[in-house]
Design a protein around this ligand. Structure first.
Ligand code: PRP
Length: 214
């Protein structure tokens, strides 16, 4: 893990396993099937760090040998993928944390204005019951992430964190300026966004690459 002084709430994953997989994701020759699998695998690895400070409680358990005490998660965790591209990341997180709840936010970026348009919102009623992890592979202008966090707050979320794969400095700056209490976890901090709002070098449009809709 590494940090950048200008973004104290950003955690970057420089682990070789994650970087290896990110390189395959960036490769334009990688198939849809492999792309989906890689997104899920990376999210599954990143979630270990993103959940490091989750609250736990002590419980009694009987092994086949004797009684002992152990820890278990004490709060309901909600994973919220931003459709479409967040779905594969959510799948990877559920492999590791199958008891997590899943809320869905459908959000598409208007290609001309680059503004996010919400088309689906399906969230658990008691988001305040535990941490909420927003997942979306791309953080470009930050418009979708900021709108998502605002929706989640309106729905009651208190403890918020976001996981993305590739982030642009513009998006990181905007998200952490507008929501300074949010922890952001990313596998790569890229150079910039272009005029069409694509991250450079990036990995293209993650939703299209996942589902072959290029
Ligand atoms: C992409 C991406 C984010 C958003 C990032 O989604 O998955 O949701 O754009 O851009 P921003 O930071 O500038 O808001 P897209 O609109 O392409 O939808 P899709 O996942 O359905 O392809």
């Amino acid at each position: 893990m590494s940090k950048r002084p200008q973004f104290p709430n950003l955690v970057l994953f420089d682990h070789p396993l994650i970087q290896h997989k990110v390189t395959w994701l960036r490769d334009g020759q990688t198939s849809h099937r492999a792309f989906r699998a890689l997104l899920a695998q990376i999210a599954g690895l990143m979630v270990f760090e993103a959940t490091r400070a989750l609250p736990t409680e002590e419980v009694e358990v009987r092994t086949p040998m004797e009684g002992t005490r152990g820890l278990r998660l004490s709060a309901a965790v909600t994973v919220v993928p931003v459709l479409r591209a967040g779905l594969a990341m959510a799948e990877g997180i559920l492999e590791v944390m199958p008891e997590a709840r899943v809320g869905h936010l459908g959000m598409a970026r208007d290609e001309k204005t680059l503004q996010p348009v919400v088309y689906l919102r399906r969230l658990p009623r008691d988001l305040a019951a535990g941490p909420t992890i927003l997942v979306d592979p791309m953080l470009a202008t930050g418009g979708s992430a900021v709108a998502s966090i605002e929706l989640l707050r309106e729905a009651g979320a208190r403890d918020l964190r976001m996981m993305c794969l590739v982030a642009a400095p513009e998006g990181v700056e905007r998200l952490l300026r507008e929501h300074s209490d949010v922890m952001l976890y990313a596998a790569a901090l890229d150079r910039e966004i272009n005029e069409q709002g694509f991250i450079l070098p990036g990995l293209g449009d993650a939703g299209d690459r996942m589902y072959g809709t290029v």
